[in-house]
Design a binder for this molecule. Structure first.
Ligand code: C5P
Length: 226
C-alpha cells in the first residue's frame, strides 16, 4: 500500500501551496488534480467542445496529452502553466469538471500517481472519490472573503489589474458549482482533519498537517518545517 495524503478544499484555500510544501518536505510525489481539469477546460475550449457535449468531452479527457514536468504543466509540447492559472481558466475547469463522464475518464490516470514513497493529492474529491482509502485526509477551508483577498494580493504582486469585489463573486460562483454538482461534489471526507485557515499562516497549517503525518506514521523521521 502506497501512503496517500489527500488535501481537498475550495479554491484559494491554500491547498496548492500546502500540498507542494508537504510533498517537498516528505520527498513524496504530488498530484495537482485541479491542473488536470484546468487543462481539460482549455483543450475543450480550443476544440470547440462545450460542457453539454458529454461524450465528446469524455473522449477528449481520455486522450488528453497532459504532462507534469517539475512545476510546468504541458499540453502536448506547449507549456500552458501560466495560461491555466487565470480565473477564466478556473471557471472553465469547474464547468468541464461537473461532467460525470469526464471525471470517470480521468480516474485511473489520477490513481496511477500513487507511487513510492508516497503521494500528496490536491483537489476537491481526492479523499472522497479518487483515494477513499487514504490514511490521511485533510480538508482545508478559509472564508470566501479571505480567499479572494489572497488572490487579489497575488494578482497585484504580479502587477495585474484586479477587483476584490469581482474576485469574491467569482470565488462564490465556483464554490457554488463545485459544492452542488451531482458528481464528486466538494465536501469534507469522513474522518478528515479540517483546518480552517482564515487566520492561520502557511507555516501554521503546514505544521498541523506534518503533525498528523507523524502521528499516523511514527516510523517516519519528519523534521520540523524551517
Ligand atoms: O484546484 P483548482 O482551483 O486548480 O481547480 C480548478 C477547478 O477544477 C475547480 O474549481 C473544480 O471545479 C475542478 N476540480 C475538481 N476536482 C478536483 C480538482 C479540481 O472538480 N479534484
Amino acid at each position: 500500500m502506497i501512503p496517500v495524503i489527500t488535501i481537498d478544499g475550495p479554491s484559494g484555500s491554500g491547498k496548492g501551496t500546502i500540498s507542494r510544501l508537504v510533498a517537498e518536505h516528505l520527498g513524496w510525489n504530488l498530484l495537482d488534480s485541479g491542473a488536470i481539469y484546468r487543462v481539460l477546460g482549455l483543450a475543450a475550449e480550443r476544440a470547440g467542445i462545450s460542457a453539454q457535449q458529454r461524450s465528446e468531452l469524455a473522449i477528449l479527457a481520455r486522450s488528453l496529452d497532459l504532462h507534469f514536468q517539475g512545476e510546468k504543466v504541458l499540453l502536448g509540447d506547449e507549456d500552458v502553466s501560466q495560461l491555466i492559472r487565470t480565473e477564466t481558466a478556473g471557471n472553465a475547469a469547474s464547468k468541464v469538471a461537473a461532467v460525470p463522464q469526464a471525471r470517470a475518464a480521468l480516474l485511473d490516470w489520477q490513481r496511477a500517481y500513487a507511487k513510492a514513497p508516497g503521494l500528496v493529492a490536491d483537489g476537491r474529491d481526492m479523499g472522497t472519490v479518487v483515494f477513499p482509502d487514504a490514511a490521511i485526509k485533510i480538508f482545508l477551508t478559509a472564508s470566501a472573503q479571505e480567499r479572494a483577498l489572497r488572490r487579489y494580493k497575488q494578482l497585484k504582486e504580479k502587477g495585474l489589474d484586479a477587483s476584490l469585489a469581482s474576485l469574491v463573486a467569482e470565488i462564490q460562483e465556483r464554490d457554488d458549482r463545485d459544492q452542488n454538482r451531482s458528481v464528486a461534489p466538494l465536501k469534507a471526507p469522513a474522518a478528515a482533519l479540517e483546518i480552517e485557515s482564515t487566520s492561520l499562516s502557511i507555516d501554521e497549517v503546514l505544521k498541523q498537517v506534518l503533525d498528523r503525518v507523524q502521528e499516523t506514521y511514527p516510523e517516519l523521521a519528519i523534521s520540523a518545517p524551517e
